[in-house]
Design a protein around this ligand. Structure first.
Ligand code: FAD
Length: 307
């Protein structure tokens, strides 16, 4: 879809009734409540997919809200264990108070990490926009000193990611590799899609050549095929990587195919009441995303999805 049309769509989104935005935003959100998210996870697990749960929200400004989210994430680990679900957790540092104060955010994430440890589960720290990269990697390193089942995210569009990966690889590493969702300046980020893809592959190669666990997070099927080629070239064991996709993004059977090859496939399942603000912010950050979402929504209207 043309960039101009995407931008027009983004500009109109805040003017639309919430219920209308919800119609397509909710395709990508598992529900408002943990129970709705657990039902989605159970269904995915039954289909052979691993999952990661994310409570929607970011950039909280009040300590009370960040503390409430901290409690919610901690109890999520206990619910996952109680229900026997195959799910770990992804969180955004600004949801836990990074914009308020680094130390406050770190204390909150440590509490969540304690719950991860108590239930022997994994925690992924999502990567937000570039003003937060250093603090997020510092947070990850501090968590790693306390508990090994933790992993960061690196964005292929950032020039710095090769150096970051090189440094992080000095310790045991389980990282997610994605293209990057935020709008970043040409001084620090690659802008052209083909060059981002080339860097994605270079980073995957760098990780595959080291002793690293890599989560390949992309819906770009050509890129997935090229990563598979690299996996074959390196004769990489399937215990060294997984593929990841966002809940609700139609992939035309590619995820099932990867799973049938014996690869781990994990679905990122966001849920929570903050879906409306989240959808608007995401769309404004990346107008192309609004284009995908609208296209997929219209396709579903014509041909209802089985989910
Ligand atoms: C599991 C997971 C976790 C992520 N975590 C982070 C993170 O922590 N930090 C970060 O900056 N970014 C994150 N991202 C987003 C990522 O960086 C990309 O911006 C996003 O996935 C779109 O790029 P793409 O790799 O799918 O390729 P693109 O080339 O952008 O998209 C390929 C195709 O996929 C489809 N598509 C892509 N996204 C969507 C969508 N949302 N809805 C419908 N169709 C879509 C379109 O058909 C498109 O043509 C994550 C992505 C995934 C899958």
């Amino acid at each position: 879809m043309a960039v101009g049309l995407n931008r027009l769509l983004v500009a109109t989104l805040p003017l639309l009734p919430k219920a209308l935005v919800g119609l397509f935003a909710r395709t990508y959100v598992a529900g408002d409540t943990p129970d709705q998210a657990f039902a989605a996870v159970k269904k995915l697990n039954d289909q052979g997919f691993e999952t990661t749960l994310d409570i929607l929200g970011e950039h909280v400004e009040s300590t009370e809200e960040a503390e409430t989210i901290t409690e919610a994430y901690a109890s999520l680990y206990h619910d996952i264990a109680r229900l026997g679900l195959r799910a770990n957790i992804s969180l955004k540092p600004t949801h836990l108070g990074l914009d308020i104060q680094y130390d406050f955010c770190e204390r909150n994430v440590f509490k969540i990490l304690d719950a991860a440890q108590a239930t022997n589960n994994f925690l992924r720290i999502d990567m937000e926009n570039s003003p937060h990269t250093d603090a997020t990697l510092q947070l990850y390193q501090r968590c790693l000193e306390r508990y090994p089942r933790i992993g960061p995210v690196l964005q292929a569009y950032l020039y710095r990611s090769a150096d970051d990966l090189g440094r992080l690889m000095n310790s045991p590493l389980n990282f997610r590799l994605c293209k990057g969702i935020y709008r970043e300046s040409p001084e620090i980020a690659i802008q052209e899609r083909s060059a981002i893809n080339a860097n994605f592959l270079a980073l995957a190669r760098q990780a595959f050549e080291g002793n690293v666990y890599t989560a390949i997070a992309t819906h770009d099927v050509d890129l997935i095929r090229q990563v598979e080629e690299l996996i074959r070239e390196k004769n990489l064991e399937s215990s060294r990587f997984e593929f990841q996709a966002l809940y609700g993004v139609p992939m035309g059977g590619v995820l099932e195919e990867l799973k049938d090859k014996g690869y781990t496939v994990r679905i990122y399942v966001p849920f929570g009441e903050a879906w409306h603000a989240y959808a608007l912010r995401r769309a404004q950050e990346n107008p192309n995303l609004a284009g995908y979402v609208l296209r997929n929504f219209l396709a579903r209207l014509v041909k209802p999805s089985t989910g």
